[in-house]
Design a protein around this ligand. Sequence first.
Ligand code: MGD
Ligand code: MGD
Ligand code: SF4
Ligand code: MO
Length: 682
Amino acid sequence: MIYTHDGYQITRHVCPRNCYDTCGILAYVRKGLLEKVTGDPEHGYTSGKLCSKGQTYVRRVYSPERIRYPMRQIGRGSGQWERLTWEQAMAIICEKILDIKDRYHSTLPLCLNKYSGNFGILHNAVEGMFNSLGPTTQARGSPCWSAGLDAQLYDLGRNVNSDPQEMEKAGLIILWGVNPAWTAIHSLPYIYRAQDHGAKVIVIDPIYTQTARKANCFVQINPGEDGALALAIAKKLFESGRIDQNFIDCHTVGWQQFREYLVELDIDYLAGQCGQRLETIKELASMMASSGPVYIWAGFGMQRHINGGQSLRAIDALAAMTGNIGVAGGGVQYAHQMTWGFNYHFLNSPSGARYININEFAQGLKRLNDPPVKLLWVSCRNLVTQDVSGSILTKELDKLELIVTVEQFLTPTARYSDIVLPATTQFEELDVVPSYWHHWIGLNEQAIPPLFDAKSDLEIAQLLAKTLNQYREGSSSFPVDKSHADFLDDEFNDRMYALLGINHWSDLAAGPRRAAVPRTAWEDKCFATNSGKFEFFSIKARENNLAALPEYKAGIAPSSKYPYWLITSHAQQGLNSQFLNIETLLKYSEQIVFINPQTAAMKGVVTGKQIRVYNSLGAITLKACISHDTPPDILVCHQGWRPGEEMRLNDLNAGLPSDMGDISTGSKGVAFYDVFVDFEIV
Ligand SMILES: Nc1nc2c(c(=O)[nH]1)N[C@H]1C(S)=C(S)[C@@H](COP(=O)(O)OP(=O)(O)OC[C@H]3O[C@@H](n4cnc5c(=O)[nH]c(N)nc54)[C@H](O)[C@@H]3O)O[C@H]1N2
Ligand SMILES: Nc1nc2c(c(=O)[nH]1)N[C@H]1C(S)=C(S)[C@@H](COP(=O)(O)OP(=O)(O)OC[C@H]3O[C@@H](n4cnc5c(=O)[nH]c(N)nc54)[C@H](O)[C@@H]3O)O[C@H]1N2
Ligand code: SF4
Ligand SMILES: [Mo]
């Protein structure tokens, strides 16, 4: 698996962050030291390139800030840490687990909160270990993509997408609430190539983003009003007969009802709602009708609103009525789960588990009393900065008897814990990592031994299971003697091997493989809905108390008390709360709020001024930057965590639920971008 070249041992890796791109990486090790990383040229989508965050990996691995040893905090939040051995840490945790079990005659007071720090499949060991303890309490759902996933399940039946490379074949690309120039940079070459072939690119976003700068046409939409825009365009196309009747007749159900609905719609009202002139809608309709295949990339950003799922259903309907589904270079691309068909044997059975919506975690902790949660295990998460309702959350955390966080850095969540356990990076462990955007899967080899006392989430799960059983036989059924490789053997199956065209996962050492899934999603037009067709009218949606049709559902608008939106979209140099603590990225380490010049002038704010941004939930102080990129009624502040930063953007976020998410992830999504504030000079 490892070969040498110029004195280096070169190993293959995958960036396991929650990122569209899931890049292939090569690591260069000499004399046991990781000296450099590059992109893996064998990766067909990321083609040997890494983003600025990926370029920091050597510094991240050897960062002086890394947690080196298990540690106990004397007084939660005190900052007084004492080093423990693994044996001591495990003893404290196991004694507490058994004590709780005895007092409550139940394992339900044990709670797990895990999400997206590392998407490697062996990290599912954490859930597996927890499930092996008996019925526990677990955070379920996603802060990220649930509403959009459900929308496409209603319309299409499965979460499937086309190969991003298909963009090259598009006549028109619509980047709808997505900012790939920051969040998925490896998609840009395909967009540029399409432009070279004559394709036009439209960006639909409330903010004039870096992606918008690359477009031929920018539509500055009112937040949460994508449904209004999609339906207005749909009405225009329908009225002028520019629809694909053949596709509609052969491959859809519910057209009759949708058509009747379109007839009733008031286009002036819809245009007003989304903040567009009728001419713009007319122009967008004619671009859609005259440009060849239309490739719509519906981003996660557009669905972070109370009506996010319904808005995506309207976009899907627009694509379907114009025959833009199942055609090369067309479709509505959101995210896929086609290459995640592992066995998940080690998850064990979560039977009897009690769930808390991950987006209402604080409220869930507060609500559950019979029995209450007493121990929290946090893994691959920085919930204190990333979750909504931050201030309620910390109050609820205060009531817990033990918080254990498995981490690489002393994040605000780790600092809120009693015990931190040091986690390895992807260069110190074996794994396999799929993507939710492209169709490549890569092997993540081990390049170097774990630093200091770090262990992988899998090893930690095994150590906990083993120690618990030493204390009390039969406490955990999690397999303790298997290696990472044994677990990969268990996780792969014939279907995954056939999909990747390999006999064994270790064949991936020769390079990442593209799964043999269709490059064009739905090319056979056999949809996975109950009807087997694209469903304009979804009985399933109606059964779930949602509109059966992709009807217009208005977003919410600012009030006179809190007249500005606060949009906290994803940062260029951070990956959620990660990376801004790494030396080379520290120069981006100041939290800035971008304000339209007109708005700023009204309050006498100039660039560099500290302003207090507030609403009924709290207040935070930020440095202002005047920017023409944001409209007068929106403040923009990119999410992220910087060391030493106590202020948290999500303290201002009530975490309104979005409309969908239960069927794909077990809980509704969250309207991260429906936040309203006012501000003043400090
Ligand atoms: N550099 C970087 N890359 C990342 C991440 C990161 O933090 N940094 N995070 C990763 C993760 S976890 C995710 S989920 C993805 C997210 O990446 P994207 O899918 O690009 O999503 P966001 O950044 O949330 O928002 C994208 C755009 O949606 C716009 N937007 C907000 N509200 C609306 C609306 O109502 N309508 C429309 N049309 N647009 C709207 C925002 O202004 C923003 O420019 O990126 C991944 N990649
Ligand atoms: N205001 C606002 N808030 C948001 C969003 C937004 O747009 N605006 N976006 C939301 C979205 S889309 C998402 S996906 C969430 C993401 O929220 P989280 O899933 O909490 O993701 P991260 O912030 O990346 O934090 C993951 C943590 O895992 C740690 N980690 C990395 N590798 C490992 C490992 O191998 N083992 C362990 N145990 N830990 C590891 C990292 O050091 C990091 O601290 O945030 C959400 N929060
Ligand atoms: S953060 Fe995203 S783009 Fe950057 S290296 Fe990782 S997967 Fe690639
Ligand atoms: Mo996300």
